[in-house]
Design a binder for this molecule. Structure first.
Ligand SMILES: [Zn+2]
Length: 276
């Protein structure tokens, strides 16, 4: 059995499993690094009593400095800035861990077992506390130097400030945190309203740009804002039709694993590593 750890801006999840099957999972709020690390260690000890652990994979919010495996300045986890995440976790767990960017890890799960199975490339978008983007090419995460950070693509010159330090980026207009900051309302409260319509339209601008950049065969979308699929996907597809004319629009589908995609992707990382 393998351990998958998904460290998000709001929640941390730890699961024991293999392939696309999660045998058991634990979920707790993400706090400062020492507190979260302690909780993850406790979860590992408990899960480790149920089965031998063959490897550990971790999904974490970016951006990550890939050359030294440090968190740069996570827009939705600012307290973790500068943490040498791989070193810290390996020291705490006493074994090798594989760490990748959360949206890319979720995309990997959707490519291997989910809504993007057998498609190439797979573009994954999460619209949640933050907006994250992952790209899977030939079954591998495309990382570049710092992972794709297209959630922070600029969509309006001189727009409102994002916690990442930029202005007018997609995250400000479409993330749960951005919506709360600009309107004082949660994403759930704005569903079906004019603000919701604007959110969808901003997401459509971002997804259109990403389709033009990466030419994916399929776009898989997850995250809390996409949970109400009837309110999210039909208007999104309509908006993209309005913007995208240069190339055909690829399939745009909901994620199969929803909130579990990061955990399943983390299990894949753990399993790939242990095969080597
Ligand atoms: Zn930003």
């Amino acid at each position: 059995m393998y351990i998958g750890i998904d460290i998000g801006g709001t929640h941390t999840r730890v699961a024991l499993g293999q392939g696309e099957i999660l045998q058991e999972k634990v979920d707790f709020p993400t706090e400062d690094f020492p507190t979260s690390l302690q909780k993850i260690k406790e979860a590992l000890e408990n899960l480790g009593k149920k089965s031998e652990i063959q490897g550990i994979g971790v999904s974490v919010v970016g951006p990550i400095d890939l050359s030294n495996q440090k968190l740069l300045k996570p827009a939705h986890l600012t307290a973790w800035q500068g943490i040498a995440i791989k070193d810290e976790l390996e020291r705490a767990f006493g074994r090798t861990v594989v760490i990748k960017h959360d949206a890319a890890v979720a995309g990997l799960a959707e490519w291997k077992y989910g809504a993007g199975k057998d498609k190439n490339p797979v573009l994954y978008y999460t619209v949640s506390t933050g907006v994250g983007v992952g790209l899977i090419v030939n079954g591998k995460i495309f990382e570049g130097t710092h992972n794709i950070e297209a959630g922070h693509q600029i969509v309006q010159r001189g727009g409102p400030a994002c916690t990442c330090g930029q202005n007018g980026d997609l995250d400000v207009f479409a993330s749960g945190e951005g919506i709360l900051k600009r309107t004082g309302k949660s994403s759930k409260e704005i569903e079906g309203t004019d603000i919701w319509g604007q959110l969808i339209d901003w997401v459509a601008v971002g997804v259109t740009n990403s389709i033009l950049h990466y030419c994916p065969q399929i776009v898989v979308m997850g995250g809390a804002q996409t949970n109400n699929q009837d309110l999210f996907f039909p208007p999104l597809r309509e908006s993209i039709k309005k913007y995208l004319h240069a190339i055909p629009i690829p399939e745009i589908v909901p994620s199969k694993f929803r909130a579990d995609s990061g955990l399943i992707g983390a299990l894949i990382l753990a399993e790939e590593k242990s095969d080597k």
